[in-house]
Every structure is written in C-alpha cells, then in structure tokens.
Design a protein around this ligand. Sequence first.
Ligand code: NAD
Length: 339
Amino acid sequence: MKVAVFNTKSYDRNFLETTNANYNHDLVFFEPRLTQETTALAVGFSAVCVFINDQLDKTTLRVLAAQGTKLIATRSAGFNHIDLNAAAEFGITVVRVPAYSPYAVAEHTVGLILTLNRKIHRAYNRVREGNFSLDGFMGFDLHGRTVGIIGTGKIGFLVAQILHGFGCQLLAYDLYPNPDCEALGVKYVDLQELFATSDIISLHCPLTPQTRHLINAQSLAQMKSGVMLINTSRGALIDTQAVIDALKSRKIGYLGLDVYEQESNLFFEDLSTEVIEDDVFQRLLTFPNVLITGHQAFFTEDALQNIAQTTLSNISDVESGRPCPNEVSAQRVVATKSG
Ligand code: NAD
C-alpha cells in the first residue's frame, strides 16, 4: 500500500524501514506533523500513518478523504487525536497499536517516582560540580507507603506489580476491576478513599469526557498534604492550573509528568533556542519538586519495534480485506465502554 508516514523522526524511520522488508509497503516519510496545512502532502496516498500529536479533526479528515485516503494507521494506542465519527462519515478506516510495550510506560512511571523521591536528577548535577552535600535530598522509604492507581489496565497492572515488589500498599480505582490486580492484593476503593489515603497517586486511565480534569481543585482538596502525583497517561487528565495552585500551597509535594495538556505545541521537538510562550508550562518548570519528561515513557527499542510491526501488519490486513483486530471505530468504542 502507498503510505504517507507523517511526523517521522529518524528513529521511526529506522524501525519502519527495517520491518517493512517483510511487508513491502510503499512508505514515504514526511517530517512535518499532519495538520490542515500539510494535508496536501498526502495527495495520492491511500494510507496515512500518524502519531499522537497529529491533527485528525473533521476538517483534516474531510480533505484526506477527498484526496483518496482510505486508511489512517496511528502508531499509538491512544486515539483521542482522531475524530472517529468523522472518519466513519468519510469512509476512512482507523487502525492503531493497542499495546506495544506496557512495560516501557510502567517502568518509566516507577522511574519518575524514584527520581522525584530520591532527587536523583538533582544529585547528578550536584556531584558533577563537586558538591557532595546531602541537604535537600532526603527521601522516604517506598516500602509500606500507600499508592493509589487510577486505571488498572495493562499499564496500571504492571505499575501495581512493580510497586508490590517494593512492598507498597496498593489501592486502585477502575470502572472494571482487574482480577490480576486483585490476585496481587490490590484493594479497589472509590475515588474519594483513594484520594484521601494515598501517599502517591498514579494515573493510568485513558482520556475520555469522564476522565478529563479528573485531577482538579476539588479532587486535590481531598488528597493528603504532600502527596506525590504522577501522570504518564494523558495531559488533560489534570487541570494544570489547579495543580500549580496545589504546588504553591504545598498540597502537592511531588509532581511527575510525562504528558501535558498542551504538549502538541512542545513535545518531540528541539525548542532549546526558541522562546516558549506557554506560561503555564514554564511555571511548572520553576518548582524544584516537579519532574517533567517529554512523552518518552513509551520510548524503548522494544516498543518501537512492536509499533513498526503492528502498524505495518494492520496496513496489510486492511489492504488484503482481512478483518483487522486493531481497527477502532466510534461504535466499537461505545460498545467497549458499555461492557
Ligand atoms: P488499558 O486500556 O489497558 O487500561 C486503561 C484502564 O483504564 C482500563 O482498565 C479501563 O477500564 C480504565 N478506565 C477507563 N475509564 C476509566 C475511568 N473513567 N476511571 C477509571 N478507570 C478507567 O490502557 P493501557 O495500555 O494501560 O494505557 C493506559 C493509558 O496510558 C492510555 O490510555 C494512554 O493514554 C497512556 N499511554 C501513555 C504512553 C506514554 O508514552 N506516556 C504510552 C502508552 C499509553
């Protein structure tokens, strides 16, 4: 299939090109993100391959369909960047990579917890400058602390499994309790109890209308003073301004983010010589107890290999008319949510 691969970095290209030896698709790589302004690059391509910060709103999809695009293959698990109703309306099939490495994201999550707690990122710089003072570096034992996990699917379960090894007490909230978590001894509680009793709260649910700004002024008010909040899921689960207020009032003692509500204007690009105009993001960076990574939790060689493999296999399925297990549609999402 002739595929326009948008938003490609050298690492995407390397893995897709190598894996394509087994598939023989006609891949053409474009560095720009897919936006309304760049849709013209996709003229003549029946498939368009995208990532999470590409824009697949109704207007873009209408133009793509008119240009002959029949398939959107996203190299991500999440698909909140794609208007599925519009895709259906314009006869465009959407496929995704439901799981490429939940281990990568779970391990990065625990990395954020450990780094924030023990100030490893600050110790790195201090020691290199010959400063061996320990002032400001005191942490706490994870053993025995209570961790609340919101969303216990593939990633949330693995976070629970790793932290179980550390000897943490594990609480969870999910619409559908995971029997593997229950077998591990995770206790399912309502959100109110999770907020009130957790020392660390980690978010692993998808972004939906129900979960948007799940962490807001009201939920923060219910949390323990000095709580550690970790978000490696989606930025808009958090009301960032409310979190800034909670950092200023010391309600939040530690904040670890791999995702940010307005990240599509920032992440994955080298902006080190640019003026960043996002004052909310810049304010977050001023706190000593905030650690932000730029949506890199997924970024392992294992995950990139799986993304390339599943994406190309999805495209082959659709090309040959086979049912693709990784197709997403508005109806299927509604059906999954209702049980
Ligand atoms: P998953 O579908 O396996 O698990 C999601 C869980 O959230 C499910 O158990 C579901 O029942 C639960 N859930 C849904 N709505 C909920 C609600 N309103 N309240 C509580 N729980 C709810 O997904 P996963 O593979 O574990 O991924 C979790 C999230 O991680 C994804 O949605 C994605 O946003 C994010 N993610 C981030 C990265 C990264 O690099 N930072 C990479 C992959 C995925």
